[in-house]
Design a protein around this ligand. Structure first.
Ligand code: PMP
Length: 353
């Protein structure tokens, strides 16, 4: 059965990547073993991890000033690990754009960090990205959630501030941000970069310093071991490498951003003209990857989600914190998926008004 999967993550993979995995599964590179069975100490895997790093470096035009780490534990582990490693004075700033920003704040506090909220859109129910001005006090870094998966907002451009730390979990490689003021980027792979189990950290090398942190939290040790201090998530890194190659072949981040803009515009244009559905996010703060909408009537929303499912448009239920619907249009979602969604929205609207 073929469906369009609008899940917020884990999310759909490009069809060509799934097909490659199928071909590789019985015997990876004529080794007689599947990728799930190979040793992380083998040349086979060494080639995969180094290839994935090179592909990521190329896609983001990363200079040698940055180190790439392939870790585990999700973005959630990094909420505390980042400040423990790089917040020298244990004092950071954070922009409160919703649930995941607050989770980052809570975890940093648990690690003994003072977190100043330097801007917030809470008073506007997180329907926009707030204006951010230069903080008065000196802060080790400023944490931003570039795309707010639950609230459906995103930074169109990064603010002109130094020492940014970005949670890119839900728009990594989906939007072409200028990275020159960025100290660190992190996110889980399960939305735009493959499957769950892999966490990416990209960090300016001069921030990787000796600490007495336990080894698995210690960037210096992890970097020295090329992310292989212990057994890495071999299959997830292999899948990420295939996704990175796919993205490179189709033209890289600027091209996928164009495509993401086309897909999301199609849906937003429909919602803006609809008499049944609405999206309450401020226009210039709209996410390209997570589109939240509702009819305003929970019963009708439920009916929509059920009917959509019957029509092979799956996982459109909104996050429990905001209700309604959410369509996640990550990199792997083809334009046809957005078209199918709009066709169905249209049909549902004409039958339920
Ligand atoms: N940050 C954002 C923006 C997210 O969307 C998520 C997951 N949905 C997380 C952090 C948490 O990620 P993980 O499950 O990888 O810990």
């Amino acid at each position: 059965m073929s469906v369009y999967n609008f899940a917020a993550g884990p999310a759909m993979l490009p069809t060509s990547v799934i097909n490659q995995i199928k071909r590789d599964l019985p015997s990876f590179n004529d080794s007689g073993m599947s990728v799930m069975e190979i040793s992380h100490r083998s040349d086979l895997f060494e080639n995969i991890i180094n290839g994935a790093k090179t592909n990521l470096r190329d896609l983001l035009n990363l200079t040698d000033d940055y180190e790439i780490l392939f870790l585990q534990g999700g973005a959630t582990t990094q909420f505390a690990t980042i400040p423990l490693n790089i917040a020298k004075t244990k004092h950071i700033g954070l922009v409160d754009t919703g649930h995941w920003a607050i989770r980052a704040q809570e975890e940093a506090k648990k690690a003994g960090i003072t977190v100043d909220t330097i801007a917030s859109s809470k008073d506007n129910q997180y329907h926009n990205i707030p204006k951010i001005s230069q903080p008065q006090q000196s802060l080790d870094y400023i944490h931003l959630t570039t795309n707010n998966t639950i609230e459906g907002t995103a930074y169109d451009q990064l603010p002109d501030l130094k020492h940014l730390v970005l949670d890119v979990s839900s728009n990594f490689l989906a939007q072409d941000y200028r990275l020159e003021n960025v100290d660190l980027i992190y996110g889980g792979a399960q939305k735009n970069l493959g499957i769950a189990g892999l966490t990416i950290v990209i960090i300016r090398k001069d921030l990787i310093v000796d600490t007495d942190l336990p080894s698995m939290w210690n960037y210096k040790i992890l970097a020295k071991k090329n992310s292989m201090l212990n057994t890495p998530p071999v299959f997830a890194i292999y899948a990420a490498d295939l996704v990175l190659k796919w993205l490179k072949d189709l033209g890289g981040v600027p091209e996928i951003e164009n495509r993401n803009r086309q897909k999301s515009s199609l849906v937003y244009d429909f919602l803006d003209n609809s008499k049944l559905f609405n999206n309450t996010v401020e226009k210039k703060s709209r996410s390209l990857t997570n589109l939240v909408f509702s009819t305003g009537d929970p019963k009708l929303d439920k009916k929509f989600i059920e009917k959509a499912q019957e029509n092979n448009l799956v996982n459109l239920k909104g996050h429990r914190l905001v209700g309604g619907m959410r369509a996640s249009l990550y990199n792997a979602m083809p334009y046809e998926g957005a078209e199918a969604l709009v066709d169905f929205l249209e049909k549902f609207e004409s039958e339920n008004r």
